[in-house]
Design a protein around this ligand. Sequence first.
Ligand SMILES: C[S@@+](CC[C@H](N)C(=O)[O-])C[C@H]1O[C@@H](n2cnc3c(N)ncnc32)[C@H](O)[C@@H]1O
Length: 355
Amino acid sequence: MGETQIREAKWQSEEEQAEVGIWRCIFGFTEMAVVKCAIDLGIADAIESHASPMTLSELSTALGCAPSSLYRIMRFLMHRGIFKEKINSQGSLVYTQTCLSRRLTRHGEQSMAPLILLESSPVMLAPWHCLSARVRATETPPFDVAHGGDIWRYSATNPGHSQLINEAMACDARLVVPSMIRGCPEVFDGLSTLVDVGGGTGTTLQVLVKAFPWLRGINFDLPHVVSVAAEFTGVEHVGGDMFEGVPEADAVFLKWVLHDWGDDECIQILKKCREAVPDDKGKVIIVEAVIEEADQGDKLTEVRLALDMVMMAHTTTGKERTSKEWGFVLGKAGFSRYTVKPLIRTVQSVIEGFP
Ligand SMILES: C[S@@+](CC[C@H](N)C(=O)[O-])C[C@H]1O[C@@H](n2cnc3c(N)ncnc32)[C@H](O)[C@@H]1O
């Protein structure tokens, strides 16, 4: 093939990709919307709790749905690998779960439904319409345009939305913290007390004190969040503002908190954390995404970059950071060194900062 033909073939293949790619841009939202619909209907829960795979007739009766509409929803989801169909021993076409659809159950071990319900809620979708305001940086941040204040102020006066956030965060903690306990349990060696700053309703500490029963946990969050947190042996709930102070402990844990803030606020929070831990064995344990400087082909890079866009839409100054950027904020806050430990098949890594 000559050089002109090679260039022509490359152009043709780019054109073909663009023909499909542009439709993904136009209708990309349908995936989230239909998955939310599946969660609202309880499709994955119904199949999970049924003794065997279900026919369309069984599923529509169980869910109280019109079979013709449910069929179209299932066809769409199956095309994306969410649910599959097979012929059972009686020769009927039946729907079964897949690894992906199991994550749409409400309470299953791998459930990620609460995160989908949060991100697809009207409150969280509205700011996306004003994303350009954040990029211009001269205008009011997207969440404030949509709701008249930042996400934490909005949540303090909207208990329903606060609950959606708390449940979504608890769902992530139930997946990430066990991955951390499996992948780098040494992070907790020698600790007797641990304060989880911005710990939500305390799921992270519940999982940790169960795994390390000698550990005493302090779950620290805004007063309206800890006021609805369930009691758990070994975990004390403390309400307060991390910009004013952090309860003392051997180490501070911060998961998905610092990415909500710009560098200046991060440094302020980390300085308060630094004051709360002892000089000798103290440390901060940060669980956050680490953006690669150069693409190394990690399948979760796309998710981390999407999370960075979520920070743009939903927070005033938040962002995802590279390892170097984590080092910068830690250094400015008075931590002399830091390490980064990636977690297998997990969006977040573990960053430890030492005095
Ligand atoms: C994205 S959530 C992370 C929750 C939890 N760490 C997790 O990953 O499961 C951020 C948390 O920071 C808390 N937060 C926001 N501003 C705070 C402040 N000024 N002081 C203490 N907590 C705060 C929020 O209430 C929320 O629970």
